[in-house]
Design a protein around this ligand. Structure first.
Ligand code: PEP
Ligand code: MN
Length: 251
């Protein structure tokens, strides 16, 4: 499956983590109505603290699989370990490698052998060059369908969760042939900053966006602070064509 083509702007949206069938089903229904084709959701979570909630595991991929079939959508979910690759590939359309695994070279090499698109998030303390070199571990093992994702990097700034490196979008395009998308949710950690940063990423020439969005963001859920609701998501989409038009991309 070709994830992106040069003339389209791809939106991936959904909750940080899968909790229940109801949550995913209702969110998918609302997003599909807005034209979203790719539904995201985490099943195995890579959390900074081992005492934080770790995700519902494989059941989350089954929920995504069933819900996506029902609403005619494609799915995106993170693989955290080599031992899960066969299972995730049987249930999920696009495989995500999170920031904490960007330099997990055994995982990257194994993903080079699968026939699914892989989204490689930038390591939170990785240079653009290190990120592109990491992507080559996948490409060199055979899989050419790689998309990079800028998700913010660690700096001295504390107002935002990470510092969004908008210039990375342009740099990746100059230094490689990889497609590159942006994640304004993890980059900022703040729902009120998702809209302007989504537009900024599109203006910089990104090939798409990945946004954490839920029908009813629940205060108790993972990454609640950065998860926007569907009406906010709609506001982002309404103005987006004005920006993606600059680059000849259609949403
Ligand atoms: C995610 O997108 O689900 C995620 C965990 O993000 P990151 O790896 O960028 O922190
Ligand atoms: Mn998250």
């Amino acid at each position: 499956m070709e994830l992106f083509d040069k003339t389209s702007f791809t939106i991936i949206a959904g909750p940080c983590s899968v909790y229940s069938w109801n949550q995913i089903d209702k969110t998918a229904h609302a997003l599909k109505k807005l034209g979203v084709k790719f539904l995201r959701g985490g099943a195995y979570k890579m959390r900074t603290s081992p005492s934080s909630w770790q995700g519902i595991g494989e059941k989350g991929w089954h929920y995504l699989y069933e819900v996506a079939k029902k609403h005619d959508m494609k799915t995106v979910s993170e693989v955290t370990s080599v031992e899960h690759i066969n299972t995730i590939c049987s249930l999920i359309d696009v495989i995500l490698v999170g920031t904490r695994n960007m330099q997990n070279y055994p995982l990257l090499k194994k993903l080079g052998e699968v026939e699914k698109p892989v989204i490689l998030k930038r390591g939170m303390a990785s240079t653009i060059e290190e990120w592109i070199e990491a992507a080559k571990y996948i490409t060199n093992s055979g899989n050419k369908n790689i998309i990079l994702c800028e998700r913010g990097i660690r700096t001295f700034e504390t107002y935002t969760r990470n510092t969004l490196d908008v210039s990375a979008i342009d740099a990746v395009k100059r230094l490689s042939n990889y497609q590159v998308i942006g994640d304004p949710s993890h980059a900022t950690g703040k729902k009120e900053m998702v809209r302007p940063m989504a537009w900024a990423l599109a203006a910089a020439g990104a090939d798409g966006l990945m946004i954490e969005c839920e029908i009813n963001p629940n205060k108790k859920n993972c990454d609640y602070r950065q998860t926007i609701d569907v009406s906010e998501f709609e506001l982002i989409l309404q103005q987006l064509p004005k920006i993606t038009d600059i680059w000849g991309k259609k949403y």
